[in-house]
Design a protein around this ligand. Structure first.
Ligand code: HEC
Length: 106
């Protein structure tokens, strides 16, 4: 590959990165994989499973803000901040946004 082709390819890559994904979702995904997946991948104690429409439908109706407040302060068997006090409010908000995006049908 010559130099100018390489430039074009890199610019195209940047373009995809900047426009294709909401950066909050990317951050949220990383948080979820590292901190929330233990329960939310398999539904431990009734945790809503990522990508499971049936479990998320009534929760999506409550909206992002309410779900974030539940995730921050704890809710039923859901520990406050997923039991990870080092996570910031923004981390939790991004993580919840990502969780919602696993079922949102546009
Ligand atoms: C120890 C297991 C566990 C971990 C870790 C965990 N959760 Fe949960 N989560 C639960 C359970 C159980 C519920 C279901 C609570 C209920 O509906 O009574 C839940 C429910 C939720 C809900 C829905 C709340 C609602 O109003 O219905 C959100 C949002 C959520 N968790 C976000 C997170 C995020 C974000 C993380 C990571 C930072 C996380 N959870 C980590 C167990 C966990």
């Amino acid at each position: 590959m010559n130099k100018s082709n390489w430039m074009v390819m890199s610019l195209f890559g940047l373009f995809l990165c900047a426009c294709g994904k909401d950066p909050r979702l990317e951050k949220g995904e990383a948080i979820v994989l590292a901190n929330c997946k233990v329960c939310h991948a398999q539904g431990i104690n009734g945790a809503p499973i990522l990508g499971n429409e049936k479990m998320w439908a009534p929760r999506l109706k409550q909206g992002h803000e309410v779900l974030v407040s539940h995730a921050l302060s704890g809710y039923g068997l859901m520990p406050a901040r997923g039991g990870k006090p080092h996570l910031s409010d923004e981390d939790i908000a991004n993580a919840v946004l990502y969780m919602m995006s696993t079922v949102e049908t546009n």
